[in-house]
Design a binder for this molecule. Sequence first.
Ligand code: NAD
Length: 477
Amino acid sequence: MQLNYIANASVASASGRTIPVIDPSDGQPFDELQRSTAQDIDSAVHAARQCLDGVWGRLPAAERGRLLMRLAEKVAQHGEELAELEQRDCGKPTRQARADAMALVRYFEFYAGACDKLHGQTIPYQDGTSVFTWREPHGVTGHIVPWNYPMQIFGRSVGGALAAGNVCVVKPSEDACLSVLRVAELAADAGFPAGAINVVTGYGHEVGDALARHPGIAHVSFTGSPGVGTLIQQAAAERHCPVTLELGGKSPQIVFADADLDQAIPAIVNAIVQNAGQTCSAGSRLLVERSLYEPLLERLGAAFEALRVGPASMDLDLGPLIRASQQQRVWDFLSDAQVAHIPVVATGRVVDEAPETGYYQAPTLLCDVPVDHRLAQEEIFGPVLAAMAFDDEDHAVQLANATRFGLAAGVWTRDGARQFRLARRLKCGQVFVNDYGAGGGVELPFGGVKSSGHGREKGFEALYGFTTLKTVAVRHG
Ligand code: NAD
């Protein structure tokens, strides 16, 4: 039985109710978590406030850095255990789950080093007056985390907030929260004071909503779907609380005829099958220069046919989807493709060992997808790649920018001038040229435009979002 983690103690929800934890690899329950209420959020916010007004508020920045570094070490020591938790909870193949645990280590290391490097400015002003700025923490920050990368998103969001001097109340997803609860315990072992990191589990419309509305929360970091992002922003707007929104995407991979295909093909495949396509920055649209369209589809088709899907512990190319409703969602998109006579180029294969009760989906490559079809417009959040051809650079940019999203884009070309032109003209938060994801670097600011959200997390940039600027003007004659 999983409990909430408040003030460095495991506590049951006031509701006395629980939610089953399902293993997506076989669809069977194997644990329970607390179905918390607004009352539990209130307890967590209270504990966080006490910590901020007490020991945490007086801690020098360098000491916060030492604590984060100790937490990085704890996570590294428990990396295998955390990877196993996330593998079972999310259905992640072993290599992916391990990579996520190591990414969490890197987030804490990065933010450990950043704590004492967040400086204000001095500003030249009138004679006799000195002006400077302080970067101050918001106070108690709320963090609403999705199920697709619980450890990584905890690291980038909570790591940044703590580094800037905030204390945190975290609401992980009801579909995957085991690793986050364990990291909170490890933080206590690393020496974090009671109340610095609190985790409350439950349903979004119950505890997520209560967190976004709580008057004691001074900033909300939300990572999740655009629809819920709107609700969070509306709730926070009632009391003018700032929010960072990291939402979805429909990111294009744009391949010109001069691209190095040996480099591009594995990256294009990985960008849509990693975590079974349940990645916000999944490269889910493929835009190909017309002269390369047929030959590239042929090579990609062969790569798709070689892909294998199975239980997370088999560590194949893909594990299962997170839950039955997500599987149904992908099926609905694929049946729409059939109705619209959109051709299937190739699919991978679900292995025989995969239990029928698991949520498996073979990766699917579709071609000639009309730009206005929902397959080319909406986030599927599954391993489905929608390909279409473009005639020239202008056409490529027009197609790439033709969705409501703007998270990431991949550009594949050897033409240096075109690389820069495309990077300028694409309406999104990050552009990768002749690479995709660039190793996911924790140092790189990350976020979107349009319906992909606003605000930036990761990198040093996140620290500006997790602080507020105070200007001090001193008249001294
Ligand atoms: P979701 O929006 O359903 O849930 C995200 C979180 O919000 C969960 O913790 C959930 O419990 C909570 N929530 C749900 N309803 C709520 C409400 N009414 N009030 C407050 N909280 C509520 O998203 P999901 O299905 O868990 O995750 C998938 C989505 O997340 C995709 O759209 C994906 O692109 C996006 N995502 C974005 C990024 C990014 O960095 N841009 C990263 C990962 C995932």
